[in-house]
Design a protein around this ligand. Sequence first.
Ligand code: ADP
Length: 218
Amino acid sequence: MKKLFGVIGLGRFGGSICKELSKEGKEVLALDADEDKVNEYKEIATHAVIADSTDELALKELGFRNIDHVIVAIGDNVHASILTTLILKEFGVKRITVKAQNDYHEKVLQKIGADEIVHPERDMGKRIAHSIISSNVLDYLELSDEYSVVEIKAGEKMQNKTLMELDIRAKFGCNVVAIKHGKDINVSPMANEQIHFDDILIIIGADKDISRFEKELV
Ligand code: ADP
């Protein structure tokens, strides 16, 4: 049976999730209390409905019990976000992803059993900050408090050297998991792979090791 998605709150974040899921051909039930927002998504989502998500009866009648994965993307209204999550949890929805506004909000969401808690603004802020600090850092993905994956532009110091010569794993403790040369991407680079100026390296490692690598080699 086709997996059903629900998106509650059609602001910038929820709206973008709704658009992307629909673009990928997924069945999406979109909900917002605001009529204009719902009208905006009428042609995009499978169904778009006006309702207050803190109204348990309304969610029940709309069939939220049968939705496999619900994304709660209510912005500022922490109270409504928590109550909505609680209702969905009581319905037994298998997977609930919630956008958290702050640490306090996250703590409560954890306690009531949200499966996935996301902080899009905070995460995007971190990613952008890393690319501001070093113009060679093209992207940054935090894996945990200590580990990340970064996309780094190869500098002159790496030019025409092989991975073996650079000895990145032994010297810095990080791993080069892929190398992009223009449009090509090599996802399992060998030790004799030569790096060219402007190649892009995708590196995984501890933040402190990545930072040392950036200072010395990029
Ligand atoms: P973003 O920061 O992602 O743009 P917003 O705060 O602008 O988020 O948008 C949140 C959306 O959630 C708004 O469209 C708002 O109408 C909707 N919303 C807020 N509370 C409720 C609720 N109780 N029921 C349904 N929709 C809600």
